[in-house]
Design a protein around this ligand. Sequence first.
Ligand SMILES: [Zn+2]
Ligand SMILES: [Zn+2]
Length: 172
Amino acid sequence: MQQQPGGTLAPMECTFHPQTETLLKCSKCDRPICGKCAITTPVGARCPECARVQRLPTYSLPAPQLGMSVAVALVVGLGSGVFLGLLEQLIPGGFFGAIFVALGYVGAGYVIGESISRASNRKRATPLQLLAVCSYGISIITFSLVAGGLVIGLYSLVGLVVGAAMAVNPFR
Ligand SMILES: [Zn+2]
Ligand SMILES: [Zn+2]
């Protein structure tokens, strides 16, 4: 008496490696894939093709968006530096001055990160991180020039670091 195997997990052949048997399927297109070509993504194992399709919209940056992001980085970097520098001259020195500078750095970092993120359509890419850092640098230098000197102190240093993190954060 012969019995059919009851399990539904019959081994299949990998779409990309025809000699390799596998039980794994791509979570998107349902084609069989093997351990060699499966790519682990947040939504499960995928074949190389579907993994690539999924990654494209977030990690690659078309030239027009990159150009737009560079322009925004320059304008926002310069603009926030001038704005903070002019505002700083209205604030008395001492404690309040130091707090203002620290908050100014953080604000500039946030605005820069947000602006570039919007200009690039919320892409996450390494060139954008670099761009945000450059823009932040421009902002700090412009700020120092307009305010008449780089303000160094505990608060401003903390603000400087937090601001830099804010600028880079949308692209990580
Ligand atoms: Zn697939
Ligand atoms: Zn394979």
